[in-house]
Design a protein around this ligand. Structure first.
Ligand code: FMN
Length: 234
């Protein structure tokens, strides 16, 4: 495919620290097309992500337009009709340690309270969660696949690749949301995109322009201080 060459003004001027601090998960997007050249540039840089013995164990499906609408519809239907989820891998352990559990609960509570949704209002929480399956209205989803034969090391490589994509999106003035929810029904995605069974679906990444008026995008997560997770040794 041929892509328009990007101009210097297509990039936000930012240092790596700014990109890291500015990136956030965006959950409402403008109805504004993202040019394919931007997606190409994101991937053209993200491919330099390191991987063990340079295996580069990732594959990307860039989904937009009609194909995205078809997937939005099928995934939303699967969720709303309580179709059992059968992801290709377990994202979370069966049991969390106390710290992980506390942070997870804080994260969920803060998100829903930004929207004025109480813990008891299961209906509204489910309605909000269901927005995942249309990628929160983002015009583009990058579905990230790997090979079913990989082990934990390659998961690490793919995680870094995903972060490279999100930081490049930031650099180009685009917002993103990594979404494990988009990998809850991998057979639907594989069938629609004609990917074989031996391709493991890791997640989707919603990409688009942030709707800065949407209340949900005001929500920012916190982080632990460096000292809580680091020990220096001499
Ligand atoms: C691999 C991955 C999968 C995620 N899946 C979802 C998801 O399905 N839905 C969602 O709303 N957020 C999802 N998130 C976003 C996290 O909730 C978010 O990254 C975390 O709360 C930190 O917030 P921040 O990204 O705004 O810094 C996911 C994040 C990662 C890294």
């Amino acid at each position: 495919m041929d892509f328009v060459k990007l101009k210097e003004t297509d990039y936000n001027t930012m240092n790596i620290n700014e990109a890291l601090l500015k990136r956030k998960s965006v959950r409402a997007f403008l109805d504004k097309k993202v040019d394919d050249s931007l997606i190409f540039e994101i991937l053209n840089c993200a491919r330099y992500t390191p991987s063990g013995t340079n295996t580069q164990p990732w594959e990307v499906a860039v989904v937009r337009g009609h194909t995205k609408s078809l997937l939005d519809e099928q995934l939303t239907h699967a969720f709303k009709s309580n179709t059992p989820q059968h992801p290709d891998y377990n994202y979370y352990p069966k049991e969390f340690n106390a710290d992980f559990k506390r942070r997870r609960i804080e994260c969920g509570l803060a998100l829903y309270s930004t929207l004025g949704i109480t813990r008891e209002n299961k209906e509204l929480r489910l309605k909000q969660w269901a927005q995942n399956y249309t990628a929160f209205g983002a015009p583009v989803v990058l579905y990230i696949f790997t090979d079913k034969l990989i082990d934990k090391g390659s998961f690490m490589d793919c995680g870094m690749f995903i972060q490279s994509i999100m930081l490049m999106a930031e650099h180009l003035g685009l917002a993103s949301c990594p979404q494990a929810a988009l990998a809850e029904y991998p057979d639907i995605v594989r069938k629609q995109l004609n990917y074989p069974q031996d391709k493991l679906l890791l997640c989707g990444i919603a990409i688009g322009y942030e709707d800065t008026d949407a209340i949900i995008n005001n929500y920012r997560t916190s982080r632990e201080d460096v000292n809580t997770f680091t020990r220096f040794f001499d």
